[in-house]
Design a protein around this ligand. Structure first.
Ligand SMILES: NC(=O)c1ccc[n+]([C@@H]2O[C@H](COP(=O)([O-])OP(=O)(O)OC[C@H]3O[C@@H](n4cnc5c(N)ncnc54)[C@H](OP(=O)(O)O)[C@@H]3O)[C@@H](O)[C@H]2O)c1
Length: 230
């Protein structure tokens, strides 16, 4: 049986790193680990023979970079769009560049990555999993200071529904996970001292299981993965 190819974007630390490490335990997977920090990934995943690391920057020429990285692949079976940019600032202090950075990384970068993936999934199918945030989920608890970040994550939810509609006759499935707080560098930097109820490794367990199985039951769905209420 041929190996399944899984792409994890944002793999150098946090939830993405834990996701790659978990997936790599299964030798039937070839894992493409993508982020800006190639050296860090190469160190992290040095002992994992089925992990292939690529420098990838969601802030520029995303579709071209992704097409180049995927050029050797005939088939991508799964992609987890996990990379994210968080800005935590009072609303009136948010700069134009903060908005551009958040939307470029969290929305435009994800959409252009998916554009590059579609030709690699359209024949045999695949599952695209977008990682959003509970703050971008309609009706959820909201956090002051996150209007740039959370609105961009809401856009990822909307993109998921729109892609699913446009590709509903195809074998490509797409879903979106709106994560609650997980203990990572991103969380520590944005909310120093805050203790999340879930570790990066625990969150990765859910994401891996969801990515490998959920498309058998759902498409275009936005799933809150959070212990918070509402
Ligand atoms: N942790 C939480 O509590 C929480 C809650 C809700 C949602 N989420 C979401 O879950 C995802 C993972 O979060 P995390 O906490 O693990 O974040 P993290 O620790 O900050 O890790 C983010 C990853 O994204 C990569 N990345 C950032 N900007 C990039 C860019 N321009 N191009 C390519 N890669 C880029 C980073 O790698 P490089 O710096 O090497 O590029 C890093 O590997 C994010 O989408 C985040 O919004 C997290």
């Amino acid at each position: 049986m041929s190996k399944k190819t899984i792409v994890v974007v944002g793999a150098s630390r946090g939830i993405g790193k834990a996701t790659v490490e978990l997936l790599a335990q299964q030798s039937e997977f070839s894992i493409y680990a993508l982020s800006r920090d190639l050296a860090k990934m190469q160190t992290n995943f040095n002992a994992l023979p089925n992990v292939y690391c690529y420098a990838f920057d969601l802030s520029q020429n995303v579709r071209q970079q992704a097409e180049l990285i995927f050029s050797e692949c005939t088939q991508i079976d799964y992609i987890i769009n996990n990379a994210g940019k968080l800005v935590n600032k009072p609303f009136t202090e948010i700069l134009h560049s903060d908005l551009i950075d958040c939307y470029q990384t969290n929305v435009i970068g994800v959409m252009e990555t998916v554009q590059a993936v579609v030709p690699k999934m359209i024949q045999k199918g695949g599952h695209i999993v977008n990682i959003s945030s509970i703050g971008g989920f309609q009706g959820s608890v909201k956090f002051g200071g996150l209007s740039a970040y959370s609105t961009s994550k809401a856009a990822v939810c909307s993109f998921t529904e729109l892609f699913a509609e446009e590709y509903k006759e195809s074998p490509i499935k797409i879903n979106c996970l709106c994560l609650g707080a997980a203990q990572t560098e991103m969380l520590n930097e944005a909310f120093p001292g805050y203790e999340a109820p879930v570790s990066a490794e625990k969150m990765a367990e859910y994401i891996v299981n969801f990515t490998l199985t959920a498309h058998e039951w759902m498409n275009g769905k936005i799933i809150p993965v959070s212990l918070s209420t509402p």
